[in-house]
Design a protein around this ligand. Structure first.
Ligand code: NCD
Ligand code: ZN
Length: 358
């Protein structure tokens, strides 16, 4: 089979695609970083690295130092490019940000509404205060990655994305029509429709797990903390809308795994952290989903082409080959780190697609 082509046929069991990228990834720091980074660099060429460390990555100098720690943690021989982001605060300095972009280090700025998710208490409360940074981003074409949920206690957690679109995102985009916005980890039909309705400057990432689970995975038969993440998985109709968007080939939708490792004791307790660890088996899960949707020929657009186009980068030249095995592919249940184990996402069905380097 020729490299780069997609083999079609009644029993398609091999696909070759450009090496994928992950446009939303949590790598953490220290021992956890060291334990997890290889799970991404094994298959992915690049990833947008989330800045929600403790303390967060707020300046270009912070991002430069964090990038060095990531590079030092990579297995020898792995070629992986971390695409760094800054955590937007009410004090973000537009000049520092622009310098980070010009030096090729910074690829996006992340907006967390204060209190929306893990380590987001330093996020933005008053958008007026973040305007100088946002205006500069609009001017220089730097995308804003947004965690699109309101944090108002009165709003039901399952409605927080839809309410955010209506009350925060849409007014902000009208105020700054030149700002490029990546709506991250879209989890609702409302989010999908909002992205589709935009004329320009709006795209969305979709996670692996939101294509596979709905909210029953968290709550039926017992409370299952390893399926809890933010934004929380919604009803089945939303999962179906996400699957349709991801497999449609529409260039505005692409992969951002939101793989978010937490040590098991921090998830398996009375107030467990949000986050699902999918880096290990994401490509196998995606091939399974795309095959179910008769869209294996569109997996490359979702995982390898649409993201770089949005971020103004060339797609990767290297290829990976995926093979459908007769026997299920074995993945570890847990990723062991020097600080303890991290449970790997279990899609609850056997995975037969395997990445075989090619
Ligand atoms: C993320 C984390 O753990 O950092 N958790 C999650 O559930 N996705 C934060 C985030 O992206 O919201
Ligand atoms: Zn995230």
């Amino acid at each position: 089979m020729a490299a780069g082509s997609i083999m079609m046929g009644t029993a398609m069991n091999t696909i070759t695609l450009r090496r994928p990228d992950d446009w939303h990834l949590h790598l953490r720091d220290g021992a956890v970083l060291e334990g997890v980074v290889a799970d991404t660099s094994r298959h992915f060429a690049r990833a947008i690295i989330m800045p929600n460390l403790v303390p967060p990555v707020v300046t270009t100098a912070d991002a430069r130092a964090y990038r060095e720690r990531i590079m030092a943690a990579l297995p020898k021989g792995d070629r992986f490019e971390p695409l760094m982001t800054l955590y937007l605060t009410e004090h973000t300095d537009p000049d520092d940000l622009e310098e980070g972009v010009k030096s090729g280090l910074i690829h996006a700025v992340k907006l967390y509404p204060a209190g929306a998710t893990t380590n987001s208490h330093g996020g933005v409360r008053d958008f007026d205060k973040a305007m100088p940074a946002l205006e500069r981003m609009a001017k220089i074409g730097l995308p804003m990655c947004v965690h699109g949920e309101v944090t108002t206690p009165e709003v039901d957690i399952f409605d927080r994305e839809a309410v955010f679109i209506e009350t925060v995102l849409d007014p902000l985009r009208k105020r700054l029509p030149d700002l490029k916005v990546t709506m991250e980890h879209v989890t609702t039909e409302d989010g999908v429709n909002y992205i589709k309705s935009a004329r320009n400057n709006l795209a969305g990432t979709i996670t692996t797990h939101h294509l596979i689970i709905n909210r029953n995975a968290i709550l039926v038969g017992g409370i299952r903390p390893h399926y809890y993440c933010l934004p929380v998985a919604k009803r089945e109709n939303h999962r179906l809308a996400l699957r349709a968007a991801a497999t449609s080939g529409d260039a505005r939708f692409f992969l951002g795994t939101d793989s978010a490792p937490h040590l098991d004791p921090l998830k398996e307790c009375a107030c467990g952290c949000a986050g699902i660890y999918t880096s290990v088996n994401t490509m196998s899960c995606l091939a399974h989903v795309f095959e179910q949707e008769n869209a294996l020929d569109r997996l490359e657009a979702f995982a390898s082409l649409n993201g770089p186009a949005w971020y103004g980068l060339a797609p990767n030249e290297e290829r990976i080959t995926m093979v459908k095995r007769d026997q299920p592919v074995a993945f570890p249940d847990k990723r062991e780190t020097a600080e303890g184990p991290i449970t790997v996402f279990d899609p609850m069905f056997p995975l037969h697609w395997d990445v075989s380097e090619g």
